[in-house]
Design a protein around this ligand. Structure first.
Ligand code: ADE
Length: 230
């Protein structure tokens, strides 16, 4: 088993990298792939950059060049819904690209035209391991459900209301669904673990700056605990 671990930003991966025993660094597509171990797990960890294209390129490199057997995407997200707060963790069960729009042809929002699935499902075993890890860390509030991705930082009450109605999503971010799509196309299992940095409403960018450290701390705690279970 070789695990690929992707974060969009360096601050999202730094706590994990500190704990990893790094044996080799390889540059591809302007990204640094850190090959090493954490405990008894072989890991390739990488910061892919923000947005769906970076995330897709990175995922395909992990699969084609580094032969990872599964991918975990870890980082922060905007929370959707009134019961979810900064620091809470969402384990994605399925992902949708909210900015894909071919509704003019009768497709639902988010549907990638001519693809045989609407959402990209996370691997059941990985989701269970993540949820088991969450269960043990009582001080972190956890949720599981749909996470949606798009090339937009969301800071609008109207937009999150629409996300709730249209997608029944728990969190929004900018990479997970493209990683999940690449994994789907390659038949590689994946899971997305995100901690909430803001509520994607007006002023989200200020909450984001404030809560990013606690969100990164929490998503890393869950990820590290999860690694003991797979
Ligand atoms: N990642 C963290 N917060 C986000 C937001 N509000 N929109 C998109 N991605 C995010």
């Amino acid at each position: 088993m070789i695990l690929g671990i992707i974060s969009a930003m360096s601050e999202e991966l730094e706590l994990l990298l500190k704990d990893m025993d790094i044996k080799e660094e390889t540059k591809r597509a302007n990204m640094t792939f850190y090959k090493g171990t954490l405990g008894d797990k072989d890991i390739i960890a990488v910061v892919c950059g923000i947005g769906k294209v970076n995330a897709a390129v990175c995922s395909q490199i992990l699969i084609s060049e580094f032969n990872v057997t599964s991918i975990i995407n870890v980082g922060v997200a905007g929370g959707i819904g009134k019961d979810i707060y900064p620091g809470d963790v969402v384990v994605g069960t399925n992902l949708v690209q909210h900015d894909m729009d071919t509704t003019a042809f009768g497709d639902p929002h988010g549907q990638i035209p001519r693809l045989d699935t609407f959402d990209f499902k996370c691997d059941k075993t990985l989701v269970k391991a993540a949820l088991d890890a969450c269960e043990e860390i009582k001080e972190i509030n956890t949720f599981s459900g749909r996470i949606i991705s798009g090339d937009q930082f969301i800071s609008s009450v109207d937009k999150i209301k629409w996300f709730e109605e249209e997608f029944k999503a728990m969190a929004c971010e900018m990479e997970g669904a493209s990683i999940a799509q690449v994994c789907y196309l390659n038949n590689v299992p994946c899971v997305v673990i995100r901690s909430i940095s803001d509520n994607a409403n007006n002023g989200a960018h200020m909450d984001y700056e404030k809560f990013i450290p606690i969100a990164v701390r929490n998503s890393t705690i869950i990820l590290k605990n999860m690694l003991n279970k797979i």
